[in-house]
Design a protein. Structure first.
Length: 76
């Protein structure tokens, strides 16, 4: 699963949303989030993000953002 991190805050680009094959981006309060159960881990969005905000959840110290992405994507 890929997750969106705080570099996304105030970013105005939506290139990631446009390339995602399963439409699993959702709007959080001030940034986008990825629904962890809908993401198919394709990785297409990561290089599209101009803010470098999209990271794989396998990186260290991502627990906070994993929860954040789940919380805000499931509220839809
Ligand atoms: Fe969508 Fe693929 Fe990015 Fe997951 S990794 S959010 S499926 S583009």
């Amino acid at each position: 699963t890929y997750i969106v991190t705080d570099n996304c805050i105030a970013c105005k680009y939506t290139d990631c949303v446009e390339v995602c094959p399963v439409d699993c981006f959702y709007e959080g309060e001030n940034m986008l989030v990825i629904h962890p159960d809908e993401c198919i881990d394709c990785g297409v969005c990561e290089p599209e993000c101009p803010a470098d905000a999209i990271r794989p959840d396998t990186e260290p110290y991502m627990e906070k953002w994993v929860e954040f992405n789940r919380k805000y994507s499931e509220s839809w």
